[in-house]
Every structure is written in structure tokens, then in C-alpha cells.
Design a protein around this ligand. Structure first.
Ligand code: SAM
Length: 258
């Protein structure tokens, strides 16, 4: 077990879900319904187990082989649908350690070789170490201007800050995918997600900014079902849950293509 834990702590090692379960005794998986009327798996470990896995750096997601395979499968399917001759430009903003970029790019190279380029960027403001030497130091606005992406990925957009408006205003962008807690501790409640939980219903606006900008939101259920969240417990009782999921926002084109 000590060997397995040591392996899991290495940034270059991508564990299976089963290996995470073996190390985190608090792992639990339950089905729950969500705002869209569908049921989702809520997989979680306690905050203590989460920090046992990552004592050296502040991870936001527990990446697993299954999650990366499913996420890459979705992105590869989007790339395969494109009838453009040029490779699809994928841009990750706020990439932090570059771990997601490293594993996702590797998996995409297997699935859709030569059909994409992947740029991981971060302005370094949180001083998260670049673990694979692949994160380009760029502010999100500069990154969008420089790379002119077709697909944008953001895992855990900073709290109460919105990058989605700038992403939508980038004309090359067909789709952006956000990983994190919708309306919770990721991005801006209204500007990113269109939620207004703090306003009385009489003062609520109608159309979320992404909808006004002609984007369609879809929760990627299969990918989300593989995420492992953390829950806080006190004296054996759950006192808080993070609900991170994976959300796609796709531009509706005038010809009807979503
Ligand atoms: C909450 S962390 C998420 C890191 C990583 N995506 C993950 O999921 O582990 C937010 C990241 O955004 C970066 N960041 C903050 N402001 C930024 C900006 N204006 N432009 C680009 N990156 C920024 C921080 O340096 C940090 O790495």
C-alpha cells in the first residue's frame, strides 16, 4: 500500500479509479439527481484523503485513467466531426501544473494524431509549479489572442472571476469546456454560469450570458460520472460537498450547426 501511495503521489503517474479507491478508504460513490433531471454519480473522498494524495501541491481534481480516456474520447469526437483541413487548435487556460494538458494531449495523440494542436497556458499568478515544462506563461486574454483556438478548456476557473465572456467573444471558438463546480467556487456565478442564487426571484434576470451569446450548455454526463470530488466531514458527518463536473458550451452557428 505504501508503494501504491508513493506512485500515486508522483505527478507523472496517472492512477486508475480502483487504485484511488485502494488508497482512499473514504471513497464513496452514490447516484444523485441534478438540476437537469438526470441522475449522476457522485464519487468522493474526504478532504483528508484528498490531501494525503497530494501533500506536495494543491490539486483541484483527482485525475484518473478513466476520466482522461472519457474526456479525450469526447474531445476526439468533436475533432473528428470537423470538416476543416487545418488542425483543431485546443487552448487550455489557467493550466496550473499542466497535468491535465500532459495526459489529455497524450491520449488525444493516440486517438486523433495530427488533427490537433494543444497549447497549455497560465499567467503564473498562483505560483503553481509547471510539472511537465509545457505551460506557456500567458494571461488568458493574451492566450486567446495569440492562439485563436477552436476549443478552449478551463479546469477550475478562479473563484468570482469570469473568463467565459472573453472566450465567447473570440470568433474562432466553437466550443469551450469548463471543469469545476457550476455556480459554486469556480468562475463567476452570473457571468460564467448564469446563476443568481443570491438574488430574490423578483430581481432575477432571464437569459444567462452564454445563452445570450448563442451558446448551448451540455453537462458531459459520462465524463462527469468519472470525476472524484472531495467532501468535508466533521465527526463522521458530511458538512460540505464539492460538486465538480464537466460542462460543454457550444456555439450555435447560423447554419444551424450547434
Ligand atoms: C484554481 S487554479 C486551477 C489550476 C488548474 N487548472 C487545475 O485545475 O488544477 C487557477 C489557475 O489560473 C491561473 N490564473 C489566474 N489568473 C489568471 C489569468 N489572468 N490568466 C491566466 N491564468 C490565470 C492561476 O495561476 C492558476 O494556475
Amino acid at each position: 500500500m505504501a508503494d501504491l501511495l508513493e506512485r500515486l503521489r508522483s505527478p507523472a503517474y496517472l492512477p486508475t479509479t480502483e487504485e484511488v479507491q485502494a488508497v482512499c478508504k473514504s471513497y464513496s460513490s452514490v447516484e444523485e439527481s441534478y438540476g437537469d433531471g438526470k441522475t449522476y454519480l457522485y464519487n468522493s473522498v474526504t478532504t483528508d484523503d484528498f490531501s494525503i494524495l497530494f501533500p506536495e501541491w494543491n490539486a483541484y481534481e483527482i485525475l484518473t485513467k478513466e476520466f482522461i480516456a472519457s474526456f479525450a474520447g469526447y474531445i476526439a469526437s468533436q475533432i473528428a466531426k470537423r470538416d476543416m483541413k487545418e488542425p483543431c487548435t485546443i487552448l487550455e487556460l489557467g493550466a496550473g501544473t499542466g497535468r491535465l494538458a500532459h495526459f489529455l494531449k497524450r491520449e488525444l495523440e493516440e486517438r486523433v494524431p495530427d488533427r490537433f494542436s494543444y497549447h497549455a497556458t497560465d499567467n503564473g499568478s498562483e505560483e503553481i509549479p509547471d510539472q511537465f515544462g509545457m505551460v506557456e506563461p500567458l494571461d488568458y486574454v493574451e492566450a486567446l489572442e495569440k492562439h485563436k483556438p477552436h476549443i478552449v478548456l478551463v479546469s477550475w476557473m478562479p473563484y468570482e472571476i469570469d473568463w467565459s465572456k472573453a472566450i465567447r467573444r473570440t470568433p474562432t471558438v466553437d466550443e469551450y469546456i469548463l471543469i469545476g463546480e457550476a455556480g459554486g467556487c469556480v468562475g463567476h456565478e452570473w457571468a460564467t454560469w448564469g446563476y443568481e442564487t443570491r438574488l430574490p426571484s423578483s430581481r432575477k434576470r432571464r437569459r444567462a450570458p452564454w445563452l445570450r451569446d448563442c451558446f448551448v450548455l451540455k453537462t458531459l454526463r459520462e465524463v462527469s460520472n468519472l470525476q472524484i470530488n472531495h467532501r468535508a466531514e466533521s465527526r463522521g458527518r458530511v458538512v460540505d460537498r464539492i460538486r465538480s463536473r464537466t460542462f460543454s458550451f457550444r456555439r450555435m452557428r447560423k447554419n444551424g450547426a450547434g
